[in-house]
Design a protein around this ligand. Structure first.
Ligand SMILES: NC(=O)c1ccc[n+]([C@@H]2O[C@H](COP(=O)([O-])OP(=O)(O)OC[C@H]3O[C@@H](n4cnc5c(N)ncnc54)[C@H](O)[C@@H]3O)[C@@H](O)[C@H]2O)c1
Length: 182
């Protein structure tokens, strides 16, 4: 325990999650990276590390008990549009069912603050350059749909304070700061 407020960052070893952990650390929080390393990298980890899957409620319960988690920032997901068309089940299992398991674990631990990383893919073929938050959602692939269904499952996150961020423009920034292309 560092004495700093601990934030559980799922997908903390991935692109966006790892930047989030760095920013949390710099802002005086204790990031607790929770990742199954399906696409993440150990060298990206900042702060405490728990290797685990968001569908694994036992490991989540242990993590909540071990660290005094005040909030969760949820980036863990499968996020390749093409792959989601070929293997939709993977996307509904990881992004929807996995997130619901995480919400259960949060409820059980009495942690009720969540930031959820959604995606611009929930808007589908939007015919506008600048998309306001309330633009109609019409996903056209399983990746976008799996994120949209989670956002619509409002009743399932009853009792949680939840914020949804729709990230679409991280590519340039992350290439610059990690010094790599992907
Ligand atoms: N990168 C972008 O431009 C972008 C755009 C829109 C939305 N998003 C969203 O932001 C989030 C992060 O995206 P990213 O680009 O950093 O992806 P990424 O693949 O680099 O990071 C995802 C991380 O989550 C981990 N992970 C995946 N499934 C997991 C599971 N079941 N349990 C534990 N860990 C798991 C992976 O190992 C990886 O470290 C995703 O939710 C994605 O949908 C990203």
């Amino acid at each position: 325990m560092s004495g700093r407020p601990a934030i559980l960052v799922t997908g903390g070893a991935g692109y966006i999650g790892s930047h989030c952990c760095r920013a949390l650390d710099a802002a005086g929080y204790q990031p607790v990276c929770y990742d199954n390393f399906s696409t993440g990298h150990r060298s990206f980890v900042t702060g405490a590390l728990v290797t685990g899957d968001i569908a694994d409620k036992a490991t989540l319960a242990h993590t909540f008990a071990q660290h005094d988690i005040v909030a969760v920032m949820h980036f863990a997901a499968s996020s390749l549009v093409g792959e989601s068309v070929v293997d939709p089940q993977k996307y509904y299992l990881n992004n929807l069912a996995g997130t619901l398991a995480l919400l259960d674990a949060m409820r059980a631990a009495g942690c009720n603050r969540l930031v959820f990383s959604s995606t611009g893919a929930v808007y589908g073929n939007a015919d506008s350059q600048a998309l306001p938050e309330n633009y109609a959602c019409a996903p056209i692939n399983p990746y976008g749909a799996s994120k949209w269904m989670r956002a619509r499952a409002g009743g399932l996150s009853r009792g949680l304070w939840a914020r949804f961020i729709r990230t679409a423009l991280f590519q340039r920034q992350r290439r610059r700061s990690l010094g790599r292309n992907r």
